[in-house]
Design a protein around this ligand. Structure first.
Ligand code: COA
Length: 262
């Protein structure tokens, strides 16, 4: 797996990965290079055996301060379509990874930054976190999923108020809205908290986690009755897995399960 990138870093720490957007002088803004590198690493991580990943931003100020405004300022309609498609494909890749990804938001998560965080499984944040979809202030609209995912996470009316006003959303409000699951005093504690959660998750069946993730993401776009059909299919299928046999047997034998992910 290529881990030699200009604008991102990927570190493998035992069972877990840390993906860091590394363009702090531009507050980790998403340009074509960053998005292409994210696409490459996320595509190769689809077949990785890690059990979870933390996605964060380098520096003290920002997770990601949005799509790169300087780069967007000269884009034609055709180029914008390609840019939007690339950004959206990155968000879909986060959702397609067969392990959980925690967005560790350590500062500004604006525009594309908020959109990238929302495509992770859930968001943990430090006290410095600030969210928002300020695109309308630039005469734009969110293009990497913000019009869709924000409404699904916090409800359409709250999402409309935030997107139409382009205002910042501070940590306390982001928590009230359910955008942020847990908060921490600073970046160090944020990363430690994210790893602690991944540690707990990794004691469970990797197969069951991967299937829960895909069923929940797929179900998000379906009616409840269609979602139940997807759930039932996967619920029954998992009864043929080694992890199911091991998990149930370990419970009966009063011992810890030794899952293989098969
Ligand atoms: N695109 C391109 N460059 C960006 C950027 C973005 N979205 N956000 C920040 N930067 C750059 C700045 O241009 C500046 O570069 P420079 O030092 O070469 O001039 C650098 O990052 C530092 O940003 P700066 O604005 O000086 O920091 P600040 O602390 O004063 O303000 C923000 C922080 C986040 C409030 C401000 O940078 C901002 O409003 N950014 C744009 C947010 C946005 O609209 N995002 C959605 C885009 S669709």
């Amino acid at each position: 797996m290529n881990t030699n990138f200009e604008t991102i870093t990927f570190e493998d720490q035992d069972d877990f990965g840390v993906l860091t957007l590394n363009r702090p002088d531009k507050l980790n803004a998403l340009n074509l290079k960053v998005l292409s590198e994210l696409k490459e690493i996320l595509t190769s991580l689809k077949s990785s055996s890690i059990k979870g990943m933390v996605f964060t931003g380098a520096g003290e100020k920002a997770f990601i301060a949005g799509a790169d405004i300087a780069e967007m300022s000269d884009m034609t309609v055709e180029q914008a379509k390609e840019f939007g498609e690339l950004g959206q494909s990155v968000t879909l890749l986060f959702e397609e990874l067969p392990f959980p990804v925690i967005a560790a938001v350590n500062g500004f998560a604006l525009g594309g930054g908020c959109e990238m965080a929302m495509s992770c499984d859930f968001i943990y944040a430090s006290e410095a976190a600030v969210f928002g979809q300020p695109e309308v202030k630039l005469g734009l609209i969110p293009g990497f999923g913000g019009t869709q995912r924000l409404a699904k996470i916090i409800g359409r009316n709250f999402a409309k108020e935030i997107i139409y006003s382009g205002r910042n959303v501070a940590l306390s409000e982001a928590k009230e809205l359910g955008l942020v699951v847990k908060s921490f005093a600073n970046k160090e504690e944020l990363m430690a908290g994210a790893f602690k959660t991944l540690g707990k998750i990794s004691r469970n069946s990797p197969k069951a986690i991967a299937i829960s993730k895909s069923v929940m993401n797929d179900g998000n776009d379906l009616t409840v009755s269609l979602g139940l059909k997807v759930e039932l299919e996967q619920f029954s299928e998992i009864f043929g897995s080694e992890d199911k046999k091991e998990g149930c047997q370990a419970f009966v034998e009063k011992r810890a399960a030794n899952f293989t992910g098969k």
